[in-house]
Design a protein around this ligand. Structure first.
Ligand code: NAP
Length: 254
């Protein structure tokens, strides 16, 4: 029986685990960082929490006799992606990254791409604006530097303590988010500009489509650089790699 470790926390990781669960030739474990209080149920056994850097992950791979490692974390989870690359190399375990392609602007999109949250704060400008922050609660602290704006913050878990700005509203929600609902949310709060990551995939695209329809600008954080490892974009390709123990596409930077 081959032992597979999936680094997860994404819809794709869960869907891949669903496809592998119950296979008699595989023992699959899914790893979560432990960022959310009530994570979605997973179809395979789960372990939660950091490994202790690349060395800790390498030790885990050896101790658990892992045969293949799948990094199916979020495209902005650059630290664990780098750790996975180093750990897989040092432990001699084949690694595959499962990465969603980024969204691509279409006619009507008014995107402003920035390097990081600090640049997003700057891009909002001096004049007060009504801003939808769809970044997750761990990435919004830099916006206290621009307290003139009114923020609508959406997160999976409550933002505790609240953002130290005079005007902030909070909405709790876990994707997938439908375009119609995001359209209504942006309208109800009189949102003028959206700040988010280029997460890719369908689950959080609703706000992008809604912003386009409403003619709103979107400040998109650029994706971080990720290690050059064998990578695929679809669950089918990940399944093929697992079954053939090779990456179906060439190594490339993702
Ligand atoms: P990160 O910054 O790449 O990782 C920080 C540390 O968290 C890692 O060094 C590792 O700790 C631990 N970690 C991350 N993913 C893990 C996993 N699947 N299993 C076990 N440990 C894990 O990643 P992040 O803090 O999770 O998120 C960074 C950005 O990605 C944020 O913007 C976040 O909103 C976004 N994001 C990430 C995920 C995800 O799949 N991780 C999901 C949704 C959104 P050790 O070094 O101790 O091993």
């Amino acid at each position: 029986m081959r032992r597979i470790l999936i680094l997860g926390g994404t819809t794709e990781a869960r869907r891949l685990a669903e496809r592998l669960a119950g296979r008699p030739d595989l023992a699959v474990t899914l790893s979560l960082a432990g960022r959310t209080a009530n994570p979605v149920a997973q179809p395979v056994p789960v372990r939660v929490g950091g490994f202790g850097g690349a060395e800790g992950l390498a030790n885990y791979l050896a101790a658990e006799r892992i045969d293949a490692l799948i990094d199916a974390t979020h495209p902005y989870a650059a630290i664990i992606a780098a750790n996975a690359a180093r750990a897989a190399r040092s432990a001699g375990v084949p690694l595959l990254a499962l990465r969603r392609p980024p969204w691509v602007a279409v006619a009507g999109d008014r995107w402003i791409e920035v390097a990081d949250t600090g640049a997003a704060v700057w891009a909002l400008g001096d004049a007060p604006r009504r801003v939808f922050l769809a970044l997750g609660r761990n990435d919004i602290a830099p916006f206290v530097a621009a307290p003139q704006h009114h923020y609508l913050v959406r997160s999976v878990d409550p933002v505790e303590p609240p953002l130290r700005v005079p005007h902030a509203s909070y909405v709790i929600g876990r994707g997938p988010f439908r375009e119609a609902n995001d359209h209504a949310l942006l309208m109800a709060h009189g949102i003028e500009i959206v700040v988010c990551k280029n997460s890719g995939g369908d689950a959080t695209y609703g706000k992008i489509a809604a912003a386009r329809t409403l003619g709103l600008a979107v400040i998109l954080l650029r994706r971080p650089a990720l290690p050059a490892v064998p990578a695929v974009e679809t669950i089918e390709d990940a399944l093929a790699w697992i079954d053939h123990a090779r990456a179906p596409c060439a190594e490339r930077e993702v």
